[in-house]
Design a protein around this ligand. Structure first.
Ligand SMILES: [Zn+2]
Length: 205
């Protein structure tokens, strides 16, 4: 599912304005919030093309398991990076996500090496819906979506799979590749094609 909403830009402007107002009074506020009210920080893992942002409740081992349902060809180096227990689970997950992005580019025949993506993983679909409401003001219950203006894929542990990530990455690659973004139905057709043909050997290099 792809979401291109101009409203986001307007809302971003609104939020920035809000920040400006509160900054003017920053010196009156205590320097740190009491620990009891501070929400646990999101965890951030940086790869070469992908930055993974996880809600603090997300188990990286569970996430790794959810990204291993598709078996397309990868190079020996990629396989090592994404499966070798000598690497940390965070490194393996990032390597797997980078492999999926490369595969998506292969299937589409579109190389966009400058594309950098963020992937934000909420704990539940409910939590993702709350974020969607905060961003767009609409009560949608998407399993995942891609926001082009932020180059970010949004998903949750409840629904994330490598198939779904490949679909959203396809939207990101298509949007980045074309100077004129294709019609939404065409982009959806291509993204669905990528997901369902990820393992086809004809894309192997
Ligand atoms: Zn889609």
């Amino acid at each position: 599912m792809k979401t291109r909403i101009v409203l986001l830009i307007m809302m971003a402007g609104f939020v920035l304005q809000g920040c400006g107002v509160s900054a003017a009074f920053a010196s009156d506020a205590p320097e740190t919030e009491p620990a009891a009210v501070r929400a646990p920080a999101w965890l951030e893992y940086e790869g070469s093309r992908i930055t993974l942002l996880c809600s603090p409740e997300v188990s990286m081992r569970r996430l790794e398991g959810r990204l291993r349902s598709r078996w397309f060809t990868v190079s020996a180096a990629e396989r090592d990076l994404s499966t070798n227990p000598a690497y940390s689970v965070e490194q393996r997950v990032l390597a797997r996500l980078e492999s999926i992005l490369l595969r998506v580019e292969q299937v589409l025949g579109m190389d966009v090496p400058s594309l950098r993506l963020k992937i934000k993983v909420y704990m539940t679909r409910d939590a993702l819906s709350v974020e969607c409401m905060r961003m767009y003001g609409t009560a949608e219950r998407y399993r995942s979506f891609y926001v082009r203006a932020l180059e970010t894929i949004y998903t949750s542990m409840q629904d994330v799979t490598d198939s779904q990530i490949a679909h959203e990455m396809a939207h990101a690659v298509i949007d980045d590749y074309f100077k004129v973004i294709p019609p939404e139905r065409t982009a959806e057709f291509l993204a669905t094609y990528v997901d369902s043909h990820l393992e086809d050997r004809e894309w192997d290099e």
